[in-house]
Design a protein around this ligand. Structure first.
Ligand SMILES: [Zn+2]
Length: 136
């Protein structure tokens, strides 16, 4: 079930612009507009639920299956040293898994991330990154 006022539910319904890279029955994936590194993707369940541990098992497994596949694609296309995951959700109250291409351990513990001062790529750069992930 989707929520009419939720920004990520609006992304799923196509009411809010996103740079989509993947969609199936359980999940929707799109480029983070403020990436830690190029190739940073958000994967969300097609159900409005603020906390991942409250998703039903089928939705959770569908979500994490997509996360696994997309992580492998991001490793291949962006060639980071590691691919990391973050599930926090302080900003938007709809479960979202950050898939982060990591070149350094501190990519997910950096001061700039903690302070919300991440990169601000252009729409062209986001489109290019989305196309790299979709065109495996
Ligand atoms: Zn939602």
């Amino acid at each position: 079930m989707l929520d009419k006022d939720c920004k990520f539910c609006q992304v799923i319904r196509g009411e809010e612009k996103s740079f989509k890279v993947f969609e199936n029955d359980f999940s929707f994936a799109f480029m983070d507009k403020h990436p830690i590194n190029p190739g940073h993707v958000l994967v969300i369940p097609k159900s409005h639920e603020p906390d991942f541990y409250n998703l039903d098992n089928e939705m959770y497994q569908g979500l994490m299956g997509a996360v696994k596949e997309l992580s492998a694609t991001i490793k291949e296309k962006f060639n980071p040293k590691k691919v990391g995951l973050i599930v926090a959700g302080f900003d938007v109250p709809h479960t979202h898994v950050h898939i982060v291409p990591m070149h350094d351990y501190h990519d997910i513990t950096s001061k700039s991330l903690m302070e919300g001062k991440r990169a601000n790529p252009s729409e062209e750069e986001l489109t290019e990154a989305a196309n790299m992930i979709m065109n495996l």
